[in-house]
Design a protein around this ligand. Structure first.
Ligand code: B12
Length: 218
């Protein structure tokens, strides 16, 4: 079993490095089949894709490499997300979350992971997608009567948009109705405080714990 698990996790990692969608899906299915914690499987791929991103940042890889790695990851993620949701079925509703990636930013993988884990933990989650305008966040909060807004931003150029959304919530008079949590690779604890968010976490499981705390405090 330990050998098999190691092989499956190695294959998941390899699938990201080799931009191999088929291997990614096959290995994700195998992971579920042999009972590997889907979070552990997601972690392995997250580390790999960040390494690809770092190499891109250093100019050693190119945009098609990012696209290839992210395609492979996005092929496998739904298989693992289905398992995460299954494991979390029948939980009572903890709160209503609107989640999205901010305007100017199309990175979706981390945001979707957070949405999945929140759903599995028992939150009602409304995922408004990527490249989301401040006004659209406001509409979604009102429409769904949400008590948490979760925003993702992956780039230094787009994390400032999180501040703009908070400003828009204030202008619309609904800032007090929602707890705002922020995350994504470009965001730090310090930045979150500066822009007046209610919480930040660097991981998806941490985002769930944060959401629970924020709801308790409300
Ligand atoms: C995959 C990827 C892409 C894919 C995205 C595909 C998709 N559908 O998402 C593609 C190829 C499309 C892409 C495009 C671009 N990318 Co890109 N991309 C990445 C890469 C390699 C990985 C991102 C990722 O999915 N990580 C895995 C997930 C699981 O991690 P995560 O998103 O951080 O989420 C975790 C936590 O942050 C947290 N979290 C996430 N959201 C939230 C929300 C809340 C509320 C909380 C609490 C927590 C939380 O939980 C998650 C799980 O642990 C990163 C490198 C990196 N280090 O992040 C570059 C990176 C983000 N990209 C970068 C760039 C520059 C671009 C492009 C501009 C490239 C170009 N020249 O066109 C475009 C941008 C287009 C746009 N307008 O958005 C830069 C940004 C640099 C910067 N500092 O601003 C990075 C850092 C690469 C680099 N080193 O240069 N990219």
């Amino acid at each position: 079993m330990a050998e098999e698990k190691k092989e499956v996790l190695d294959n998941l990692r390899r699938a990201i490095y080799e931009y191999n969608n088929e291997l990614a899906v096959e290995s994700a299915k195998k992971a579920v089949e042999i009972g590997i914690d889907p979070l552990e499987a997601l972690d392995i791929m997250t580390v790999a894709i960040r390494e690809i991103g770092d190499a891109f940042g250093r100019g050693e890889l190119w945009l098609p490499d990012l696209v290839g790695a992210s395609d492979a990851m996005q092929s496998a993620v739904p298989v693992l997300e289905e398992e995460i949701k299954k494991r979390g079925e029948n939980r009572e509703s903890l709160g209503i979350v609107v989640i999205g990636t901010v305007f100017g930013d199309i990175h979706s993988i981390g945001k979707t992971m957070v949405a999945t884990l929140l759903t599995a933990a028992g939150f009602e989650v409304h995922d408004v997608g990527v490249n989301v305008h401040a006004k659209k966040f406001v509409e979604a909060i009102k429409e769904n009567n949400a008590n948490i807004l979760a925003m993702s931003a992956l780039m230094t150029t787009t994390c400032v948009e999180q501040e703009n959304v908070i400003k828009t919530l204030k202008e619309d008079g609904i800032r007090d109705r929602v707890k705002v949590m922020v995350g994504g690779a470009a965001v730090t604890e310090e930045f979150a405080e500066t822009i007046g968010a209610d919480g930040y976490d660097p991981t998806a499981p941490g985002a769930v714990e944060l959401a629970k705390k924020l709801v308790e405090k409300a």
